[in-house]
Design a binder for this molecule. Structure first.
Ligand SMILES: [Zn+2]
Length: 193
């Protein structure tokens, strides 16, 4: 329901060259995605953009923190965010979907909207396991579940832990696809009254 696009870059008037942009990311963004993965948060994104004749090359770094539901005790826990990534924006009238590393926009568009890119980059930067630091889980909640001790949980979770990966791995792609599917089915993106 955004009236303006707070995470858009109006590239049209810019000559070829290098530019820097900074975006503050707050609760409004996470709310617009229904607080599914992230309850709230505060991050800052810095985008370095090289505008070439036919493409926009962007290097984005995001840091800050978000609140997620702890996988172990279900209380809110704060997870630091540190993301670095490259994005190539190409112009085409045949708009392809974007895959996390390339985005296509229509040559007629005056601006490139990074809202979805920034949101998904934050989600993908989060650890597979989102839990409080050791000893900081809500003890009452853990006792109520009564199933696993913290040690048991950790050893099981480690077995399921993804192998180390850089950039967009299979795991991340699968999560991205799942996320997109959910967003489509929930229709949480833009409610038009
Ligand atoms: Zn916890």
């Amino acid at each position: 329901m955004s009236h303006t696009k707070p995470y858009a870059i109006a590239y049209k008037g810019l000559k070829e060259g290098d530019y820097d942009f900074e975006f503050e990311i707050g609760d409004a963004l996470f709310e617009s995605y229904g607080r599914v993965e992230i309850l709230s948060g505060e991050c800052r994104a810095r985008v370095h953009m090289h505008r070439a004749e036919a493409v926009l090359e962007m290097h984005t770094s995001i840091d800050g923190s978000v609140l997620c539901e702890c996988d172990r005790c279900l209380e809110e826990c704060r997870i630091p965010v540190a993301f670095e990534g490259d994005l190539i924006v190409k112009f085409s009238d045949e708009i392809d979907d974007y895959d996390g590393e390339q985005m296509w926009i229509s040559p007629g568009d005056d601006e490139v909207d990074l809202t979805q890119y920034l949101y998904e980059s934050i989600v993908l930067s989060l650890p597979y396991r989102r839990v409080h630091a050791e000893g900081e889980c809500n003890a009452d909640m853990l006792a109520r579940f009564g199933v696993m001790s913290a040690e048991e949980f950790d050893s099981r979770a480690e077995e399921a832990e993804q192998p180390e990966s850089h950039g967009i791995g299979d795991e991340a792609m699968a999560r991205l696809a799942e996320l997109k599917g959910r967003m489509l089915s929930d229709d949480v993106s833009e409610g038009k009254a």
